[in-house]
Design a protein around this ligand. Structure first.
Ligand code: PGA
Length: 255
């Protein structure tokens, strides 16, 4: 991480875990442990937990995010939630384009782009996920693929709006598998994303962009990953469901 140039952000992605009672308990357990963080701390929780977590996190340094939002403002989109519905609740962040959405829910680079634009227009901060599948890495197309995902997702995003974007590099083969990218692999792809953004916008814009790593980041490996110059934080799945583990990662990012 390079604190002089950009913000370090540790975000938990709870995925489809925790009912309201459990969510409240987890946030309450986290509050004191992360109170002295020298990085931004975010928890991205299921829609049904948002209200509970917003209220439990009040007065703390924990910020709250959702895990998706739709690109239309309202209408006949059964099962979807709009960006405005989130901001109206006080939600600050939203994860867009997570690989699980791309894999299981038909999310494409185009719909990711539409959701990014809608979320930014509504005033949300976006955690945009990109990353290659194992076969892509084995075929040697990681760089092209991640650059392409980044370019399409950011189409139409202004340099001003880019200030509200965080990119999370999440190699799909590392998510929930216990197989972490090496610190060098993570740094390499993060640097490549930064170079892509520099090309699309400007070098200063790219230097100011927070680029996280995600994929089996945990209490044990966080320090090494975060020591890399282009790894500006983490998007944490499994390890964000345990207050102690999450706090260790936040501490590592605060060094
Ligand atoms: P993981 O998930 O930390 O459980 O691998 C990361 C993510 O999917 O954001």
């Amino acid at each position: 991480m390079n604190r002089e140039l950009r913000k370090v952000v540790i975000a938990g992605n709870w995925k489809m875990n925790k009912n309201r009672a459990e969510a409240k308990e987890l946030v309450n357990a986290m509050k004191d442990k992360v109170a002295n963080a020298k990085c931004d701390v975010v928890v991205c929780v299921p829609f049904t937990d948002l209200e509970t977590v917003l209220s439990a996190a009040q007065g703390s340094n924990i910020k709250v995010g959702a895990q998706n939002c739709h690109f239309e403002k309202s209408g006949a989109f059964t099962g979807e939630i709009s960006a405005d519905m989130l901001t109206e609740m006080g939600v600050e962040y939203v994860v867009i384009g997570h690989s699980e959405r791309r894999q299981y829910f038909g999310e494409t680079d185009e719909t990711v782009n539409k959701r990014v634009l809608a979320a930014l227009a509504a005033g949300l901060k976006v955690i945009l996920c990109v990353g290659e599948m194992l076969a892509d890495r084995e075929n040697g197309i990681t760089a092209e693929l991640v650059a392409l995902q980044t370019k399409i997702a950011l189409r139409g995003v202004t340099a001003e709006q880019l200030k509200n974007v965080i990119i999370a590099y999440e190699p799909v083969w590392a998510i929930g598998t216990g197989k972490t990218a090496t610190a060098q692999q993570a740094n390499e792809v993060n640097a490549l994303i930064r170079a892509t953004v520099a090309q699309l916008y400007c070098q200063d814009c790219a230097d100011a962009l927070t680029i996280q790593y995600g994929g089996s980041m945990n209490a044990k490996n966080a320090a090494e990953l975060l020591a890399q110059p282009d790894v500006d934080g983490g998007l944490i799945g499994g390890a964000s469901l345990k207050a102690d583990d999450f706090a260790v990662i936040v501490d590592a990012a605060s060094k």
